[in-house]
Design a protein around this ligand. Structure first.
Ligand SMILES: *Cc1c(COP(=O)(O)O)cnc(C)c1O
Length: 361
């Protein structure tokens, strides 16, 4: 046996499975498995990207100042307290690397995002799961799961893959009840989809133990470029910057993100279409006997009678070229997570479930 062995925890990491994007023998595929924006990114992004082409021989700027200033301006935040990363995944990674190690616990919710566990294990820490209440984050369960070894507590609000969210008072109660030395991370990947929601900014500003993460992958339609950011107390941002690679973002990533965040007209229109179609999709599926919780995101979590029915519905949709997400790995084997597409896409899902029902009546 080889004596070359990885650090403890690494071999416990199951490879992350991305949303499927092909179906054998089907040309007209509709990918609704990764919560991507069906309208794509702002046209301003393409212009910004062409502007970078002549500069590829130059190293990118290391402090991301222009991007942090653009984000700060649009969101009304101090750019000095913003850190940018290769997707918010990288910010999650920095947090685990910086604040959790062997013997430490990283707490997340029952149906929480897969990266929390992966990044915790990669740092040598122990992931700990707190139960949810009917697919909603349960603050009491999180607080009772805390120990003196808890270093990080991740909640996505709204959450993926449930689509549900908890109110500001509940989040504040969680922040206040954490043991000394534990940092609360508010993952705001879907914050942009919630009307009038700041993603947790006000709580970050009132506490020294709260950090928020955000992404350009969802509403801004830039999942392929990998850009995310975090906002937190200055001392914590300073710590994260020490482990950030100096050239973690390319000029392409920065230019695209600046153009995207400055085009709030595009973002607002995508958000309005998503809200309208999400309600329609949820109601149509419910009428076909497939209920879902009220979602505040760009997907719905469709609930079937049992895992077998969910699997059969998934296979039926696939034969029609519609790819949705199985979420058995998230402890939700009777559910399918369906990204809200455009009008044509949502109609295709509803028709798919209608014919599934007819064939299985
Ligand atoms: C999609 C998603 C992210 C964003 O990941 P990126 O690395 O920014 O693409 C983060 N958290 C949750 C809960 C998500 O669903």
């Amino acid at each position: 046996m080889s004596t070359i062995i990885p650090q403890p925890g690494i071999m416990d990491i199951a490879l992350y499975e991305g949303g499927q994007s092909h179906v054998e023998g089907v040309a007209d595929v509709l990918k609704l498995s990764s919560n991507e924006n069906p309208f794509g990114f702002s046209p301003k992004v393409s212009e910004a990207l062409s502007g970078c082409l002549t500069r590829l021989h130059r190293y990118p700027n290391t402090d991301h100042a222009p991007l942090r200033e653009a984000i700060g301006e649009v969101h009304g935040l101090d750019p000095e307290r913003i850190i940018c990363g290769v997707g918010s995944d990288e910010i999650i990674n920095f947090l685990c690397q910086a604040y959790a190690g062997p013997g430490d616990e990283v707490l997340h919710t029952e149906h929480g995002f897969a990266m929390y566990r992966i990044s915790a294990l990669a740092a040598g820490a122990t992931p700990v799961v707190a139960a949810e209440r009917e697919r909603v984050t349960d603050v009491d369960a999180l607080l009772s799961a805390c120990t003196e070894r808890t270093k990080l507590v991740f909640i996505a609000n709204p959450n993926n893959p449930t689509g549900t969210m908890i109110g500001g008072n509940e989040v504040a109660r969680l922040a206040d009840g954490l043991p000394d030395g534990a940092l609360l991370v508010l993952d705001g990947a879907y914050a942009e989809f919630v009307d009038g929601f700041d993603g947790g900014v006000s709580l970050v500003d009132q506490r020294d133990n709260v950090v928020m993460t955000r992404t350009f992958s969802k509403l801004y339609g830039l999942g392929g470029l990998r850009i995310g950011w975090g906002y937190g107390p200055k001392p914590i941002i300073d710590v994260l910057n020490r482990i950030r690679g100096p050239f973690n973002l390319s000029e392409f990533q920065m230019a695209a993100a600046i153009a995207a965040v400055r085009d709030q007209d595009w973002a607002t229109r995508c958000k309005a279409e998503n809200a309208r179609l999400r309600v329609w999709l949820g109601e149509e599926l419910a009428a076909l006997g497939v209920p879902s919780d009220v979602s505040l995101t760009n997907f719905i979590l469709a609930r079937f009678a049992d895992p077998a029915e969910a699997e059969a519905a998934d296979l039926h949709l696939k034969t029609l070229g519609v790819i949705v997400r199985r979420v058995g790995g998230y402890g939700l084997p009777n559910c399918l997570r369906i990204t809200v597409g455009d009008t044509v896409g949502c109609r295709r899902v509803v028709e798919g479930i209608r014919t599934f029902r007819e064939e299985n009546a």
